[in-house]
Design a protein around this ligand. Sequence first.
Ligand code: 5GP
Length: 174
Amino acid sequence: MELLKQRILKEGKAQGNDILKVDSFLNHQIDPVLIRQIGKEFANRFADLNVTKILTIEASGIAPALMTGLELGVPVVFAKKSKAVTMDESVYSTVVKSFTKQQNVEIMVSKDYLKSDDRVLIIDDFLARGQACFGLIDIINQSGAELVGIGILIEKGFQPGGREIRKLGIRVET
Ligand code: 5GP
């Protein structure tokens, strides 16, 4: 995606050695035109997989997941990081070590929105050490649904997440 590459080169800022800040179009302010293009790109790349559901994690995964879901015509579910009073007890949950916040967070998805006959595509903003993806994979496994692929906007190839997930035979597009 040349469009995304150019945007990172133009507006991205390195923080220390291993963090890329892209708050101007993805992580704080969102450029809907760019994210819609990215949604179209993911929808094309995963078009042949009969996806029935997109799964992401709040907050920054939601925008690209929504645009991908819009293109594929399937619902988008996001794992929550805190339990709302409206959520009942029946959730799948797991613990994820947050890369940017350096803390463990419990993420959860209601059992109502992930079923054993779902074919799930994970969409997220960054792939670093893979913790967020492994957490979502754990939740998919708990539900008995099938993971058909993972689409990430920005993979930091110098960190091991992408390599480790691909080693498991999972299709990862970044
Ligand atoms: P991982 O779980 O793969 O180690 O890290 C992925 C998660 O951490 C992403 O969902 C993203 O929120 C955050 N993250 C990891 N690296 C970066 C980065 O360089 N920049 C930003 N903005 N977020 C990152």
